[in-house]
Design a binder for this molecule. Structure first.
Ligand SMILES: [Zn+2]
Length: 299
């Protein structure tokens, strides 16, 4: 594993949340509540550096933690990118790492806020979250295709690439049609959504770790976790065969996905998904990570 991961371009963690710690999200959020906790951020950046990881794309938070990480990252030789906070429509999933809106003018105001804070790209929540207790079940989804189109369009108009959290084939199809630039999670795909992924050239970050790393933990039923995780690995394999762009991102900070080791696990799962074609997967991930790094910054 170590030798294979070293071959990956710079080793790029394409989906992480500095504000979370992989253990307890309430404790983690409280840690940075009054101000980003610099010791935690420095420790985490040092761990990334020591593991040879030189690029981190954050998924956002509401406490300025990823912004502070971006400021400190050059000291550790790390290129750190952040959307500042993630954006969700009120009533849908996304509150934990972002800000909500009700109307389009409120959405525009949030985009303006991202711009003022020097956001590198926009992160939007266009779908719900998997129910780890039930397969297949997505909670907090159901945003309409029209909203997705408006949200992506406005972000693009302001010169931002769009990192989109989406699950479920129907929502994925709508998000791809809306013009997103990267698909995050993307569980429960269909052959049709994989085909559209291929056609659009959108980069898929399948975040297998949050499922597979919880197996045996006891919080959620192992058979459900495995079902989601193994299905995702089959879809990743199929995607690779189709020529879909894939990039490694673990959703580091999510429960049971610590920074650094969560990323290393993610590489392991992606390579496991490739079966006998590990060399091909390494090339695919290498190109996908480069594309993420190139696209997810402001011109
Ligand atoms: Zn995330």
């Amino acid at each position: 594993m170590q030798t294979l991961s070293q071959k990956l371009w710079n080793t790029a963690e394409c989906h992480a949340h500095m504000v979370l710690d992989g253990v307890d999200f309430r404790v983690a959020l409280a840690r940075h509540e009054s101000a980003p906790e610099e010791n935690f951020i420095r420790r985490t950046l040092a761990a990334y550096r020591d593991a040879g990881i030189t690029y981190v794309r954050d998924g956002g938070d509401t406490s300025g933690t990823s912004v502070r990480a971006r400021e400190l990252a050059p000291e550790y030789g790390i290129e750190y990118r952040t959307p500042i906070f993630a954006i969700h429509k009120n009533g849908f999933y996304g509150k934990i790492v972002g800000k909500g809106f009700d109307t389009l003018s409120e959405y525009r105001a949030l985009i303006e806020e991202v711009k003022k804070a020097g956001g590198d790209f926009v992160k939007v929540m266009l779908g719900g979250i998997l129910d780890f207790a039930v397969y297949p079940q997505i909670n907090g989804g159901g945003l309409s295709a029209e909203w997705m189109r408006e949200m992506v369009h406005i972000a693009h108009e302001e010169g931002f690439a769009v990192m989109a959290h989406v699950n479920g084939a129907e929502a994925i199809l709508a998000a791809l049609e809306a013009g997103i630039d990267s698909l995050e999670h993307g569980f429960l795909q269909s052959e049709e959504s994989l085909q559209l992924l291929k056609e659009t050239g959108v980069v898929w970050v399948p975040t297998i770790s949050p499922l597979m790393s919880q197996v045996g933990d006891g919080r959620s039923p192992d058979d459900v976790l495995r079902k989601y995780g193994e299905e995702q690995m089959e879809l990743v394999h199929r995607a690779m065969k189709l020529g879909v762009k894939l990039a490694p991102g673990s959703d580091a900070g999510a429960y049971r996905v610590p920074h650094v080791t969560g990323y290393q696990d993610e590489l392991r799962w992606m390579l496991a998904a490739a079966g006998d074609e590990k060399e091909q997967m390494i090339g695919v991930l290498d190109r996908g990570a480069r594309e993420i790094a190139a696209r997810f910054q402001r011109d």
